[in-house]
Every structure is written in C-alpha cells, then in structure tokens.
Write a new protein. Structure first.
Ligand code: 6PG
Length: 241
C-alpha cells in the first residue's frame, strides 16, 4: 500500500520572474542541504519553457563541483539539436556555470537503440548511489497532464521495475526517453514548474484527488512535492489569488 502523500506545497507567484526567483532560492537551499548531509546533490533537470527561464538563475549559488546533473527526459535527437533538452540546459546553465562534464549525465538520445540508451541511463543512476536516486526532480506540466515524457495512455506509465525507459509517444508521433515513476516518485524532493493560462485546466486536474493524469500520479505518490506556478496557471485552483 503506497503511503498517502501529504498534499503538495503550492506556491503561487505573481509573475514568471517571481516564480523563477523563488524556485532558484529553494533549489539553492536543497543543494546546500544535500551537500552538507551527504557531500553530493543529485538533480534531474526538466525540459520546457519554464525550466528554460529558471536555469540562468541557477548558474550561481550552487556547488556544481559536488552536483550530479541528470535529465528527467530527452527527445530522440542528437545533443546539438534545437529540440534537445540537454542542449537547452547546456546553453542556459551547464556551460555558463562551468559544470564539470563528468558531473553531467546525458541520455545518449542520438543512439539508434534507444532501449539500450535507457538501460545505460539506468546504470548511470544506479552507479551514483542508492535510492533516492535524485535529491530533486524538476518537472514541467503539459496541457495534457504529462510530465517528463510520461504521457497519458503510454506504456511508460505502467513501468514499476525500471528507473529509465524509451517510450513511444503516439501523441507526438515520436519516441522519447524518460525517467519512470519509481525514479520520480522516489526523488527526495519534486518541484513542478507551471506557468501560463494554457496550463490552468491541467493544474486543476492533477490536483484533483482522483486524477489519473501522469503528473497527478507523482503528486499523489510523492512525499516532498512543491508546485510553483504563476497566477495565470493558478486561476482554477483553490486559494488562487
Ligand atoms: C519536455 C519536458 C516536458 C515539459 C512539459 C512542459 O521534454 O518538453 O520534459 O515534460 O516539461 O511539456 O513544457 P513547457 O514548460 O514548455 O510548457
């Protein structure tokens, strides 16, 4: 029986700028705590527009020499492709912060064998220690309730014995690589970054107790969930300003 998770901590910021400042301060604190406690901070970065706005604010204030950087998911493209989550993070955070290459765990998403790439990624996670596999999983939220590359109706939602998988995403007519529920639910902390009016319905839905959307399953099953959203995205949730 999965222990009932506490209701997530929901923070509504007036603007995206205020949201990323709040998120950056929270992440710097989590990094300092992890490094003080265990000598290492393991973060899984997210793709998407809100994380892209956040990353320049993380260049300073984190000991990147003692941080391991993973990615919650990746598109099946080479690392220099405009669609690559790795490329986005490299340009906005990893390069400006001088994160050592050895600390960055990139999905080999250009591989012709994505299943092998997922198995290799799982090994990289397992080689870095024991659960929780990451201290902080950063996640976005799609309008359909997807998060990472856990999309509604896809086989990845049923995976409980793997940390990372390759998955067909019919909605996008493509394959993706993604961390699975065991990895994301098992993260010590989960932080959703949700902005824009187009996310209003999805945010309200994933907070419904009976929601079966992918992001909802993480909110329902994780203990340390924080949702940072802007006023536009929060319009349909209780307590929104
Ligand atoms: C990706 C992300 C995906 C993203 C959401 C929200 O690879 O795109 O993993 O889950 O976080 O789609 O994206 P936006 O913040 O751009 O709306």
């Amino acid at each position: 029986m999965t222990p009932a998770a506490a209701r997530p901590d929901i923070v509504v910021a007036d603007t995206v700028a205020a949201l990323v400042e709040t998120a950056a301060g929270s992440i710097r604190g989590l990094a300092a705590d992890a490094i003080a406690a265990r000598g290492r901070f393991r973060i899984a970065l997210a793709g998407g527009s809100t994380p892209r706005a956040l990353y320049p604010h993380l260049v300073g204030g984190i000991d990147w020499g003692r941080t391991d950087v993973f990615f919650g998911d990746e598109r099946a493209v080479p690392p220099d492709d405009p669609q690559s989550n790795y490329r986005m993070a490299r340009e906005t955070l990893l390069a400006p912060a001088g994160v050592p290459e050895a600390n960055v765990f990139r999905w080999q998403a250009e591989s012709p064998d994505l299943d092998a790439a997922a198995r290799d990624y799982e090994q990289a996670l397992r080689a870095r220690g024991a659960p929780p596999w990451v201290d902080l999983a950063l996640l976005g939220l799609g309008p359909d309730g997807h998060t990472a590359s856990l999309f509604p109706g896809t086989p990845a939602l049923a995976v409980e014995d793997r940390l990372a998988v390759a998955v067909e995403v019919p909605q996008l007519a493509t394959r993706r690589l993604t961390l699975t529920y065991p990895t994301l639910v098992g993260a010590k902390h989960v932080m959703f970054l949700v902005t824009g009016a187009e996310k209003r319905a999805a945010l309200a839905d994933v907070l419904r107790p009976g929601s079966t959307l992918p992001a909802a399953r993480i909110i329902q099953r994780s203990a340390g969930v924080r949702i940072l959203c802007d006023a536009d995205a929060a319009q349909d949730i209780n307590g929104a300003p």
